[in-house]
Every structure is written in C-alpha cells, then in structure tokens.
Design a protein around this ligand. Structure first.
Ligand code: PEP
Length: 243
C-alpha cells in the first residue's frame, strides 16, 4: 500500500487561475514519485483541475448524504464522482466545529460515499480540552465507533488522526504522541497489518521539516496537509519526505 499524501486547500485560493497554477506545479513536482497524492480543492474548482493526468487524484472536502432533491447548497456523492473526484474528506474538525457535524451525520456521509464508490478520508481527533482532561483515547474511540457504525468493508477507507489543537496552529503533535494515537487507532480498526487495514494518516501543522518523521517514526501511512499544501514547492518537499 502506498503512502497517501493529501492536500486540503480549505476555502483557498481566491481564484481558479491561482488554483490551477498551484495544481500544475504540484502535479509536475510529484511526477515519478511513488506516493499517492490527492488534491482536495474547493468543489467549485474540481472541474478545472484536468484531473491530474494520472499523476495526482482529486478529492472533495465535504459531501452530503442524500442522493438528490431539496437540499439547497449541498452536493451529492454522484455529483462529485461525475466531476472526477476519487476521494472525499469527511468529518474534518472545521466541519464539526463550524457546521455542527455530529458523529452520526459523519457516519451517514461515510456510508453514502463508500456506497457511491468514493474513497474516504475520515478525520478524527481530540480538542485541547479533551487532551488535557485525559480523554483523548475515549474521544477517538467514540468518533470511530459511531463514525464507522454499520460499515463492514473498510477497503476504501482512510483515517486521518488530526489533533484539533494542532490544526493550523503551527503547534504540531510530537512524534511519540502521534505514534501512540496512530497505534491506538490501528488497533481499534484492525489495521495493524498495513497490507490489509485502512491507512492511518497524520494531520496538523505538517511542514517539510516534520513530515518525514510521521511516516518513518510514528507509523503514519500518509499525511493530511492544510496550510502548507497551498505552497506547491513546500508540498512537493513534503511528498518527497515520505519516499
Ligand atoms: C487540515 O486542514 O486538515 C490541516 C491539518 O491543516 P494544517 O496543516 O494547516 O494544520
């Protein structure tokens, strides 16, 4: 199984033109590398990507769990597939915090996305308060238990461990702590054997200076990169650090 390196552009950049420039620089920079690279731009830019020409895959940052109908503002799994998206991020902490996504909603989205043939990047992670209260494992276990309730085939599932306190703060998680959390998650989902289990990624203030250690020392099978993925040169360095 290849390492999976995912760029989450969030609500950036401000124009299609800029998005295309970053996209093309990443695509050219990772050509020939053996990692699997996914770019998740805002959904309105998915069509503009020319779909990586087999070098990078495209993903969305969110999806809705209904197929069609009166759900103003939402986008379905089949619409994403039709646009050429292969992956979708579900359960990102910003969706949980700003858009009220619960574990139950996330579970519906994961089910629907997998049924539709999308590959899922399922985000979990504890807040600073939960960590300080010694509840990290309890939170991770709850998010996994409810998020994956009723889902038996984990083939197209990837899990991103993203401690909320490490996202966008520059305060990345130490390698030892990340390793403990990644092992805990792998044990919970039966991913101890890397050839069969879901890949477990790390995300949270990843930069090229710290990225390699998450793969080589903490046992992550990939990375979810936010801020640093908007800088093509830096993102390409991150991908190379996983080689
Ligand atoms: C993210 O958005 O998933 C993320 C990890 O962001 P950042 O790399 O900026 O911390």
């Amino acid at each position: 199984m290849k390492n999976l390196i995912v760029a989450n552009w969030k609500m950036n950049p401000a124009s299609q033109k800029e998005g295309k420039e970053i996209f093309e620089a990443i695509r050219d920079g990772v050509k020939g590398l053996k990692e699997e690279v996914v770019i998740c731009p805002p959904s309105v830019y998915l069509y503009a990507s020319v779909f990586g020409q087999g070098i990078v895959s495209m993903g969305a940052q969110n999806v809705y769990f209904e197929d069609k109908g009166a759900f103003t503002g939402e986008i379905s799994c089949t619409m994403l597939k039709d646009l050429g998206a292969e992956y979708v991020i579900i359960g990102h902490s910003e969706r949980r915090k700003y858009f009220g996504e619960t574990d139950e909603i996330i579970n519906k989205k994961i089910k629907k996305a997998l049924e539709a043939g999308l590959k899922v990047i399922f985000c979990i992670g504890e807040t600073a308060e939960e960590r300080d209260a010694g509840k990290k494992n309890e939170v991770l276990e709850r998010q996994i238990k409810i998020g994956l309730d009723g889902i038996l085939n984990l083939e197209n599932l990837n899990i991103a461990y993203e401690p909320v306190w490490a996202i966008g703060t520059g305060n990345n998680c130490g390698v030892v702590e990340a390793k403990e959390a990644i092992s805990f998650i792998k044990n919970l989902v039966g991913a101890v054997d890397r050839s069969t289990g879901p890949r477990v990624l790390y995300g949270g203030s990843v930069k090229s200076e710290n990225s390699g250690a998450y793969i080589k020392e903490a046992g992550a099978n990939g990375l979810l990169v936010g801020g640093a993925s908007l800088n093509a040169e830096e993102f390409v360095k991150i991908v190379k650090s996983a080689e």
